[in-house]
Each structure stands twice: as structure tokens, then as C-alpha cells.
Design a protein around this ligand. Structure first.
Ligand code: SAM
Length: 424
């Protein structure tokens, strides 16, 4: 999509054309929708200087991206604008809102007093900037890509936030230290050949973003959830965030935003339909001098921590909350005599704990009349799909099998939901 075709969609006539496309019909039969648009004189009139095919393509792209955008932005997606890359790289609304809330609680005076705007360096289509502006934080977005800038501007306008936010085209490598008392930066992690994993290959490179953040009064950097702990600035407090059990990002907080512990796991739940501010958030913080978790054989309950807990290296803290012990010092399962439910982990009742044996496992699954078998593994080389076939499970009950190893030896734990009735 080029800027002129996108701009044509922002005119009153363009918005009318967009509103006239039924998204489900376009998804069901894109060729029919595209051919109707090609015949529509209103489409050609959007910009007579552009080929009709390009305008039709811009309309179809926007309709398709809005439909996909619902997963990240809910109902707002129907009013928003996207590019394929911009949608792909954008922060989900629940995470952006959560971070914006934390940011708004600790604004530097220069920003809260209205004297300066926060900088969203690498603003993309504006997901983070919109969340900040939605909380009344004045914010200026910067992005190097002209189409992305046009899309971010359109989103500010579409959500009625032009009183708080603006966007300019620019290169973050040219932003000076101290230009923004508060900054947010979400470097691009996609290169010409797809996703980039090395932080030095982010754009701007991770060390450039880190330097800017360290020199600001307050800052937040977003990175991939798998970023190595060793490249994280010692000046920052780091937070790993998951949504509905899926790890989404690492957020690094600097300056006045670096409140609290040095490492934190944050678990958000979107399926409940609540935003972070409404109570669907759980945290686990690093405890100084906690030391390693004890190690012990399986007790009555097995705990499977959320990936944010695992990735933030806070499994010992999680186990300590329930007086638990690890099954193996290198594996993130832990065990306890008591069951405590929390969004930070899943807790299961252990029915059987034994060295791995297909024969034994199969007869136990049969004895439990379990036809629904969930298989999880940590530190196990077993092929779970093959195991599922080999178990030939049938029956009305449900069990969970956790595969793991202790030392070098493979083990299994046959488990059921806490509070599930005893097998007959
Ligand atoms: C990961 S996306 C940002 C997504 C955004 N936070 C959101 O949630 O919508 C990164 C953006 O950085 C921009 N970018 C990459 N290198 C840049 C640079 N040197 N200066 C300014 N923008 C840059 C890209 O064009 C891309 O839009």
C-alpha cells in the first residue's frame, strides 16, 4: 500500500467506501467483493490519478486487516487503520493499556505539568501511543516509515485523541539523549528476511534504545520475551508479560518508572474480557536473597507455572509462595502439599508419579477411564503426539500427564484437576 492510496481512504468518500464493504462477505468471497469495488465509480473517483486496482487493493487490505485486528484491539479495530507489518508488530491493547497505566502513575513533572510530551520512538501504527494518549498523557510518536506515520495519524484521529497525541516522520537514531523526559521505545524486530532475534539487529539496535532510555528521566523499552537476560540494562527493572498463558514481551522500566523489584512476572487475562485496571492482573516479584528453591520428589500437588514466571526466572519465588519444592533444579515444575489457585500457575493433583514407562502409563490411563488426555512436558524428549496415539485412551474421564525428567531419568506424573472426583 502506498501513501496516496491510503490517504484516499481517509477522505469522506473513502470512509464511505470502506463502510460499504461487508467484512464477512469480503472474507467469504474476496474476488466478488473486489470486482464489485472495481465496477464502483465511487472508488475510481477517490483519486483519479491512481490506478483503480491500487485503490481496490487498499480498500480490501484495510477491510481484511480490521477483521484480523479485532484479536488485538477488540471493537476499536473497526475504526482503526493498519498496515500488514504494523498490525503484526503492534502491541495488543490489553498490554498497551497495562503499561500505559503503570506509566501514567509515575509521570515526570515535565510531562504531568504539560510542559513536555512523552516520546513514543518507533510508534508504528500507534498501539502504545494511543494507550498513553487515552490516559491523558501528551505524546509525540516518531516513526521512520511514511505510510506507518500516516496510519498512526489516522488512528489518533479515529479514536478522537488528537488533543493528546501527534506523530512525525523521523529516524530514532537521530533523537538526542534528553530530548524527551519520558520515552517509550519498541524497536522493530523484523528485517528484510523476517523476524530478527539478535537484539543488536533490532532497529534501532538495542544498545541505542537502551542508551536513550538510561538518559531519560523515565522510560520504558519493549523487547521480545526471549531477549537474553544478559543484554538487559542493570539500570532497569524488567517485567515479563503474558496474556492468557502466552508470553508476549519483556518491558524494561527506567528512571522514575523503575519502581519495585528488579524482576517481575505479570500475567494478564484477556479472555475474561477485563482490562488490567479492572483486576485481571497478577504479579510475582523477585525477592532479594531468596536463594534457590528446595528440590524434592513429587508431593500431593504439581504446579505448572505461567511462562512469564518461567522466563523471568522467578520459579523459586513461585514455589516459595506455596512452601513448594522443585522436582529437579533445572526444570520449572514444582510440587507442594497444598493447593493454591493463582493466575501465576496451574495446579494439578498428582495421582501417580513414576519413571516413564509406556506400558504402565497406558494401564493407568485405562484404569482411570480417561478418554481426554492433556499432555504437557518440561525437559522431556518424548514425542507427545506419538504418545497420545500409543495410549489409545478412551472413556468419560479426563487426566493430565506431565512428562519431565529428574536428573537424567524420564518421569511422568498422572494428574487430575484439583477437586475432581476420585476414580472408581
Ligand atoms: C515494533 S514496531 C512498533 C509498534 C508499536 N509500538 C505499536 O504497538 O503499534 C517498530 C517500528 O519502528 C519503526 N522503525 C524502525 N527503525 C526505526 C528508526 N531508526 N527510526 C524510527 N522508526 C523506526 C518501524 O517503521 C516500525 O513501525
Amino acid at each position: 500500500m502506498r501513501v496516496p492510496a491510503f490517504s484516499a481512504l481517509l477522505t469522506d468518500a473513502g470512509r464511505e467506501v470502506l463502510a460499504g464493504v461487508d467484512p464477512s462477505a469480503a472474507a467469504r468471497d474476496p474476488l466478488a467483493t473486489a470486482s464489485r469495488l472495481r465496477e464502483d465509480p465511487g472508488v475510481a473517483a477517490l483519486d483519479p490519478g491512481l490506478p483503480v486496482a491500487e485503490l481496490v487493493n487498499a480498500v480490501m487490505t484495510q477491510v481484511g486487516l480490521r477483521a484480523r485486528g479485532r484479536a488485538k484491539f477488540g471493537g476499536n479495530a473497526e475504526r482503526m487503520f493498519f498496515t500488514p507489518d504494523g498490525l503484526e508488530q503492534s502491541t495488543r491493547r490489553i498490554v498497551a493499556e497495562y503499561r500505559a497505566e503503570r506509566t501514567a502513575r509515575h509521570l515526570p513533572d515535565a510531562v504531568s505539568g504539560g510542559g513536555a510530551a512523552a516520546g513514543d520512538l518507533c510508534c508504528g501504527i500507534g498501539a502504545d501511543l494511543l494507550a498513553l494518549a487515552g490516559r491523558g498523557v501528551p505524546v509525540e510518536g516518531v516513526d521512520a516509515d511514511p505510510l506507518t506515520v500516516a496510519v498512526a495519524r489516522a488512528n489518533i484521529d479515529a479514536l478522537g485523541l488528537s488533543g493528546h497525541a501527534r506523530v512525525r516522520e523521523g529516524d530514532v537514531n537521530e533523537v538526542g539523549a534528553g530530548d524527551h523526559p519520558l520515552l517509550f521505545c519498541d524497536p522493530a524486530r523484523r528485517g528484510g528476511r523476517g523476524r530478527v532475534f539478535d537484539p543488536a539487529a533490532y532497529s534501532p539496535p538495542w544498545d541505542v534504545a537502551t542508551r536513550l532510555a538510561e538518559e531519560a528521566e523515565a522510560a520504558c523499552l519493549k523487547a521480545a520475551p526471549g531477549i537474553p537476560h544478559e543484554v538487559l540494562s542493570p539500570a532497569a527493572s524488567a517485567e515479563w508479560i503474558s496474556v492468557d498463558g502466552e508470553l508476549k514481551e519483556t518491558a524494561l522500566w527506567f528512571g522514575t518508572l523503575a519502581e519495585g523489584s528488579r524482576r517481575r512476572a505479570t500475567v494478564l487475562h484477556e479472555r475474561t474480557g477485563l482490562l488490567a485496571s479492572e483486576g485481571s492482573v497478577a504479579h510475582l516479584d523477585a525477592e532479594p536473597d531468596l536463594g534457590p528453591a528446595p528440590v524434592a520428589p513429587a508431593r500431593r500437588y504439581l504446579y505448572d507455572p505461567d511462562p512469564a514466571v518461567v522466563r523471568s526466572h522467578l520459579v523459586a519465588e513461585a514455589a516459595a509462595r506455596v512452601d513448594g519444592a522443585l522436582l529437579d533444579e533445572r526444570i520449572a515444575y514444582f510440587t507442594s502439599d497444598r493447593a493454591e489457585r493463582s493466575p501465576l500457575w496451574r495446579v494439578l493433583e498428582v495421582v501417580e508419579f513414576a519413571p516413564f514407562s509406556l506400558k504402565r502409563l497406558r494401564s493407568s490411563v485405562r484404569a482411570h477411564k480417561a478418554g481426554t488426555v492433556t499432555i504437557k512436558k518440561r525437559g522431556s524428549a518424548v514425542d507427545t503426539e506419538r504418545l497420545r496415539r500409543d495410549l489409545r485412551a478412551s472413556g468419560p474421564e479426563s487426566v493430565t500427564i506431565a512428562l519431565t525428567r529428574i536428573g537424567e531419568r524420564p518421569f511422568y506424573l498422572l494428574c487430575r484437576e484439583v477437586g475432581a472426583p476420585e476414580a472408581p
